[in-house]
Each structure stands twice: as structure tokens, then as C-alpha cells.
Design a protein around this ligand. Structure first.
Ligand SMILES: [Zn+2]
Length: 379
């Protein structure tokens, strides 16, 4: 495969890395490709998943393995934005990945030449196209380094620069609050870095760990298009909460460009907007800096408002709502907030699931990434 053929897949891996950033994780992304098609996607999420093994490569391999119903992935190419570590290199071997393509080098934990050379018999031979040299290993994987290395490295640099700035401003705010001997107004977030996840209790005395969603039992969402309701279910399928929703005006359907709401089994691929104020306006999954108001809505009556939080759905059923021309993730099917004053519990959307903003915030805080979502026409 040529560099030109590798580039679009590395861009897809960078899209995954952006999801990690949005979740407050170090932005590393990966996609697994077989026969020119992406069959697995993953992004770094060890913090939010409380899982030290939740690196982008492992998540992409798990995703592909589950959907192909095979723990081995021969003939596949793994694209990852950062040089894999020892753990991920091992997983690549166990999965029988045929080729590894990575972007930026990792001088701290890279196991493809930077710190260790796990597949190479002769460490320090340099980078680029090469073949696994360790004859005693039972599987060999070719490695191509430095594809879009500048873009991949720039995303990491920008993330850490933002985090340092955020930490500095958080510490300054904390100092100000301490000096004036009063609580910080609002939500009480001391350090804005999502990686720290530390909040100040309402009294301002002791920091307490955030009640992370991942500490709870496995939840499930069921969306009923007939009743226009979303149920939050616990692991025994008991209904914990029921919310009104608004699905597609065009009805159910899976095809790209149909503006219909896809049915079937999905999962929450990404949680976007944690900590943002109610009615924050999003465009292309990034806050625009606007906060929705009825006046803003009146000024742009045709705009499809995406507010407050986004739960980005990914289909789990290849050929029905995953991959090809029916891929829910590529169709950018979200559960998202909508202007409260215009909300109707009826099919009105362009394909997504709309919710009232306060309902969505409550739901968002209770569902971690990878929560199963079932969309049915009727129960
Ligand atoms: Zn790793």
C-alpha cells in the first residue's frame, strides 16, 4: 500500500484521536482496516473507563474482533496516531495484525523503535518500512512509521499545551477562592482538566472525587420510536428513568442521506460536552462559544440546533447500521439537546434523537462510553 493509500486511514485515526481529546483523554486514535474498509475504531480512554488497558489500539482491536466475531484479524492493517506501547504491540501480535502503520513517535513508551524495538531483532536500525525480525516469534507484522507524523504529533502537543494552560487557570482560580475564604461560584470545578476529575464540595472544604459513571453497573438505553420515549435501564433491564424524545420526522431508516433514525443495536461511541453550560451550542461536535437563547433561535429559525451534550451513536450490526452506506457513526447520529421551548415529544428531527436539555444532562452523567443503545419501533 502506498503513502497516498495510507493517508485517508490515518486521517480516520486522527478523527478518533479527536474523540479522545473531547473526552479529556490523551488524544490517540486508531482504526483497523481489512480489504480497504474500516472494520474497527478506537480511541484512548483509560481514565474515563478506569481501565489501564483502554489504549486506542486495544479498543480498535476489540471493536473489530467483536463485530467480525473473530479474535484473530489476519490480513488487517492497524493505523494508530502514536507509536504503540509494549502492551499494544503485544495485542497486535496476538490479533495477527498483518501491518502496523503509526504516526508520531513516542519517546517515552514507544515499543516500535523509540524505547524498545519489540518486533525487531536489531534495535536501533532506524525507522520506516521493515519486517519483523524476531524469527522466534510465531507471527510477524510489517511496520510503517511516521505517516502524517506532524499532524499526529501536533494534536498531542496542542492537547498538552491546552491542559497546562487549563491547570494554570484552575490553580489561579483556586488560589483566589482560598484568599477570599469563600467557595468558587457555580459548579465548583477546581481544575478544569478533565483528566484530574477533581471537584470541590459545595462547602468549599474538601475535594471529593467525581461520581464517575464508570463506577456504576452496566446501564442500557432503549429508545422507542412509537412512544417517543428513551428508557434508562439497569443491568436487570428495570427502567430507572424515562425521558421524552423526538426522533426523525422522516421515520425509521438506516440509509445514509435518508434523514431517518436508525434502528437496532448501537452503543455510545463518544460523550461530548461534559462540564459545558446548559444550552451550549455545538457545531461539528465543538462548542461554538454561543449559548442558545430564544432570541438566538428567532434570529436563525432554520438552524438545526445541537445543544448542551452529545452522545454519538455507533451501530453494532454490520450491513444494517454499521459500515458501508448505513453506518450510524458516519451518519453522525446523536442523542443531543434541542431548544426547550420548541421541543415536542413527536418525530421532528433530521435523524438524531433530540432531548430536553436538563433531561440530557441527567442522562449523560449516568451513561459511560460504550453503553449499549437499542432503538426499536415498538417494545
Ligand atoms: Zn498502548
Amino acid at each position: 500500500m502506498t503513502l497516498d493509500e495510507d493517508t485517508p486511514f490515518m486521517h480516520a485515526a486522527l478523527e478518533q484521536a479527536r474523540l479522545a481529546w473531547d473526552a479529556g483523554e490523551v488524544p490517540v486514535g486508531a482504526v483497523l482496516v481489512i480489504g480497504g474498509e474500516i472494520v474497527g475504531r478506537g480511541y484512548n480512554q483509560p481514565i474515563s473507563a478506569c481501565d489501564p488497558s483502554a489504549h486506542a489500539e486495544v479498543m480498535a482491536l476489540r471493536d473489530a474482533g467483536q463485530h467480525l466475531a473473530n479474535y484473530r484479524l489476519p490480513g488487517s492493517t492497524l493505523y494508530v496516531t502514536l507509536e504503540p506501547c509494549v502492551m499494544c504491540s503485544g495485542a497486535i501480535l496476538h490479533a495477527r495484525v498483518s501491518r502496523l502503520v503509526y504516526g508520531a513517535r513516542d519517546p517515552k513508551t514507544g515499543a516500535q523503535g523509540s524505547v524498545l524495538d519489540l518486533f525487531g531483532e536489531f534495535p536501533g536500525q532506524g525507522f520506516g518500512q521493515r519486517f519483523g525480525q524476531v524469527a522466534r516469534l510465531n507471527h510477524h507484522c510489517t511496520v510503517t512509521a511516521s505517516v502524517l507524523a506532524d499532524e499526529c504529533g501536533a494534536m498531542l502537543s496542542a492537547f498538552f499545551a491546552e491542559r497546562r494552560a487549563s491547570r494554570r487557570s484552575g490553580l489561579a482560580r483556586d488560589r483566589l477562592a482560598r484568599d477570599s475564604n469563600r467557595c468558587i461560584a457555580g459548579s465548583g470545578v477546581v481544575a478544569a482538566s478533565a483528566a484530574l476529575r477533581i471537584r470541590r464540595a459545595p462547602c468549599g472544604c474538601k475535594p471529593a472525587p467525581t461520581d464517575t459513571v464508570s463506577q456504576r453497573k452496566q446501564m442500557k438505553l432503549r429508545i422507542n420510536l412509537a412512544t417517543q420515549e428513551l428508557d434508562l435501564l439497569d443491568d436487570s433491564e428495570a427502567v430507572l428513568r424515562r425521558y421524552p424524545i423526538s426522533s426523525a420526522a422522516n421515520g425509521p431508516g438506516e440509509a445514509a442521506g435518508s434523514y431517518c433514525t436508525p434502528r437496532g443495536q448501537h452503543l455510545v461511541r463518544a460523550r461530548i460536552g461534559a462540564g459545558q453550560p446548559l444550552n451550549t451550542v455545538f457545531k461539528a461536535r465543538r462548542p461554538t462559544g454561543e449559548v442558545y437563547s430564544p432570541e438566538l433561535g428567532a434570529a436563525e429559525p432554520e438552524r438545526d440546533w445541537i445543544l448542551t451534550r452529545i452522545l454519538w451513536l455507533s451501530g453494532k450490526e454490520p450491513g444494517y447500521n454499521r459500515l458501508g452506506t448505513c453506518d450510524s457513526m458516519r451518519r453522525t447520529i446523536y442523542i443531543h439537546g434541542t431548544p426547550d421551548e420548541g421541543f415536542e415529544q413527536a418525530p421532528r428531527s433530521h435523524g438524531c434523537i433530540r432531548m430536553r436539555n436538563a433531561d440530557l444532562v441527567e442522562l449523560f452523567d449516568r451513561v459511560p462510553a460504550y453503553t449499549p443503545v437499542e432503538i426499536v419501533e415498538n417494545v
